[in-house]
Design a protein around this ligand. Structure first.
Ligand SMILES: [Fe+2]
Ligand SMILES: [Fe+2]
Length: 167
């Protein structure tokens, strides 16, 4: 698969994409596509983040979050299909335009930084709930809510990782 072509109307970098999705309350198909790319890229960003520590338990928690972000990308891709938006599969890292520069760590691996990162994950649940509430398709809404519930798990894993670093 070649790198996914990025519509010029969509955010062109992952930082812009993160900023954009946080402002969306009633998502369009284009917004869901951005979310697929952001979630898929997040697996790599969690891997990069995990490179910031030698603590095996913390690495495992960060990788667990990362693996689930790719699952989230696949669910959002399914949502696009259910809503009639066509085929938009979650890309592997080399094909993801938001990883064109190789990606970066979400944050340093320190207790404070991980706690701060957890806030973004907990906000992710609220975002998915909002999105689920605006779409008139129960099965698609269920997929979004499943992602939202797991964002809470991600936030809790980050808090757990912060505690491990302080143990
Ligand atoms: Fe996610
Ligand atoms: Fe997450």
């Amino acid at each position: 698969m070649a790198t996914v072509a990025l519509d010029p109307a969509l955010p062109q970098t992952i930082r812009e994409a993160f900023a954009h999705i946080g402002t969306v309350s009633a998502p369009t198909i284009a917004d869901f596509k951005v979310m697929v790319l952001v979630e898929a890229a997040s697996e790599t960003l969690y891997r990069r983040t995990a490179e910031g520590t030698d603590h095996a338990g913390v690495i495992e928690l960060l990788h667990a979050n990362g693996r689930e972000e790719m699952l989230h990308a696949r669910r959002v891709s399914d949502v696009i299909g259910l809503l009639g938006g066509g085929d938009f599969p979650a890309p592997a890292a080399p094909d993801n335009p938001y990883l064109a520069n190789g990606g970066f760590p979400f944050s340093p691996v320190t207790p404070d930084a991980l706690r701060k990162l957890s806030v973004g994950e907990f906000d992710g649940e609220a975002l998915y709930e909002r999105w689920a509430a605006t779409i008139d398709h129960p099965a698609a809404a269920d997929l979004l809510r499943a992602n939202g519930r797991e964002e809470v798990d991600h936030g809790n894993r980050l808090l757990q990782a912060a505690a491990l670093l302080e143990a």
